[in-house]
Design a protein around this ligand. Structure first.
Ligand SMILES: Cc1cc2nc3c(=O)[nH]c(=O)nc-3n(C[C@H](O)[C@H](O)[C@H](O)COP(=O)(O)OP(=O)(O)OC[C@H]3O[C@@H](n4cnc5c(N)ncnc54)[C@H](O)[C@@H]3O)c2cc1C
Length: 486
């Protein structure tokens, strides 16, 4: 039995560890090790390749036990500062032998402990941050590279990733593990749909390089949007396309859900905009209004035709049109981060709700479930996203969404002013989720939702047997990514 006291005692170590004592659940330092204690039945020697990068000091453990949600905290017994695919393979093979769990951590922008590991080893991926190659329409990058770094490097060649999340300080691996959604999705699918090859380490510790839809498809499919259950992604080939200089953003504000949904359905169906999102925002009367946020990327020589883009939409809207340098547009949540840090809300609890809703039944859900439950206090300085995309653009089976031609991303990105609201908001997340399930909705596995085994099964539906088969095949000892609770 390993006690918390022992864990903390091991966490105080500042020197390299050379072995793991399975019985006491403590690390053995070089000074403590004796020839007789090398690889006994209780004491398992740490492979020399990773020994000096296996960190056990309390500051590193505390960092790995936290994330952007600040709600769940699980402390690992060590953090591997990974330098290479081979480091990760060595760790995972060893973890299989000694019975430790392992989880990759990118920027730790999960909100509910998805990358944490209670006992076991967290892998800090941020040292694996090399951009290896930028070709005419692709980039080959390590999984610890952030999307912001990739955007900057691609810009030097006049290129940009085809689909981006709203916030770019997330790692390539962290986003590929969950799927990756954003306003370009209606044109090109999720972020995972725009990755053609990956290198991974399976839950057995085997390295599979350059796997793709034509090379080890089973492992490729199980890894993209696979929540780190089958493998740890170490490298990816990401599609790039030409980059424009400017973004023209159209904000159209509607007083009724009906007009908003009608116009969003027109836009999502004909795909006239490069970028399409939308929000529910509080109005001055204490109610809610709806805002389309649509964008066209362009160069000064070819200005967008505003009339052609919005004249056929509802006349009953407030319209604001703004031009942004493309970089400033992509960096918009980064600017919001500065403001949120200034008012002290970046490091407080973030019980986010993240769901996908089918188009069919959306009016009822909004009127009877969503609006009655929303409160400005529960959103705080955050935003409520509600925007559609066409599912015909999606090709990665493990990144599941509801079964409909049009699906809506519905996210309450909560930054509450009152941190004591967390439990109430977690209960609200659950109520919104259960009501969504009743209409055929699913969750997006980045939110603060405690999901039961039965709900996971329902989440995957007919895919569930494939998910289970992949886990058995690629991670038979259930070593990887316990924080997803799958
Ligand atoms: C401010 C903010 C804005 C956001 N905006 C968006 C958005 O617009 N669209 C969107 O889709 N998401 C968005 N997210 C959610 C974000 O994409 C996910 O939480 C993402 O997983 C975080 O990436 P990360 O690098 O911080 O990963 P982490 O939080 O460190 O890890 C996330 C999960 O992936 C696993 N993992 C990490 N790296 C790897 C790897 N290399 N291989 C396998 N598994 C791995 C972890 O174990 C964990 O389970 C946002 C989050 C924040 C905080």
């Amino acid at each position: 039995m390993v006690t918390r006291r022992k864990v903390l005692a091991s966490g105080a170590a500042t020197v390299a560890v050379v072995a793991w004592n399975q019985t006491t659940g403590t690390w053995v330092t070089a000074a403590e090790a004796s020839p007789g204690r090398g690889n006994s039945s209780k004491t398992k020697k740490v492979p020399s390749q990773i020994a000096d990068r296996l960190v056990t000091d309390s500051a590193a453990l505390a960092t790995a036990a936290d994330d952007f949600g600040h709600i769940v905290s699980r402390t690992p017994w060590a953090v591997l500062q990974a330098n290479s695919t081979s480091d990760i393979s060595t760790l995972v093979r060893w973890a299989n032998k000694v019975g430790l769990k392992v989880a990759a951590q990118g920027q730790r922008h999960s909100v509910f402990g998805e990358g944490q590991v209670d006992g076991g080893v967290a892998i800090d991926m941020t040292g694996m941050n090399t951009i290896h190659e930028i070709g005419s329409d692709y980039a080959i990058v390590d999984a610890g590279v952030t999307w912001a770094q990739l955007v900057e490097a691609a810009a030097e060649k006049g290129l940009t990733p085809l689909v981006l999340t709203d916030y770019l300080n997330l790692t390539v691996g962290g986003v590929l593990a969950v799927g990756g959604i954003g306003g370009n999705m209606n044109q090109a699918g999720m972020v995972v749909d725009n990755v053609d090859a990956i290198t991974v380490v399976t839950g057995k510790g085997q390295v599979a390089r350059n796997i793709s839809p034509t090379r080890r498809r089973g492992l490729f499919d199980a890894s993209l949007g696979g929540l780190g259950q089958s493998s740890i992604i170490t490298r990816a080939r990401v599609r790039l396309g030409p980059r424009s200089e400017l973004a023209r953003i159209y904000e159209l504000t509607y007083s009724t859900a009906a007009a908003y949904l009608t116009d969003q359905r027109t836009l999502v169906t004909d795909g006239r905009f490069d970028y399409l999102e939308g929000q529910i925002v509080a109005n001055e009367a204490g109610g809610w209004q709806f805002k389309i946020e649509a964008g066209t990327y362009y160069n000064p020589a070819a200005e967008p035709d505003d009339d052609a883009l919005i004249d056929d939409l509802s006349p009953d809207v407030d319209t604001v049109i703004t031009d942004f340098p493309y970089d400033a547009w992509l960096g918009r949540v980064g600017f919001a981060e500065i403001a949120l840090r200034d008012i002290g809300l970046w490091d407080t609890p973030h019980p986010w709700s993240d769901l996908f809703l089918p188009d069919n039944g959306l009016e009822d859900y909004i009127a009877n479930e969503l609006l009655p439950r929303l409160s400005p206090e529960g959103v705080g300085a955050g935003v409520i996203l509600l925007y559609p995309f066409r599912t015909e653009k999606l090709n990665r089976p493990f990144a599941v969404v509801p079964n409909d031609d049009i699906v809506w991303a519905f996210d309450i990105l909560r930054f509450p002013f009152d941190p004591t609201l967390t439990d109430t908001l977690l209960a609200e997340n659950r109520a919104l989720y259960e009501a969504a399930v009743a209409t055929g909705g699913t969750f997006y596995a980045i939110g603060a939702l405690d999901t039961t085994p039965r709900e996971w099964r329902r989440h995957y539906g007919r895919l569930f047997s494939s998910v289970r088969a992949a886990k058995r095949r690629f991670d038979p000892r259930n070593v990887l990514t316990p924080g997803q609770g799958l």
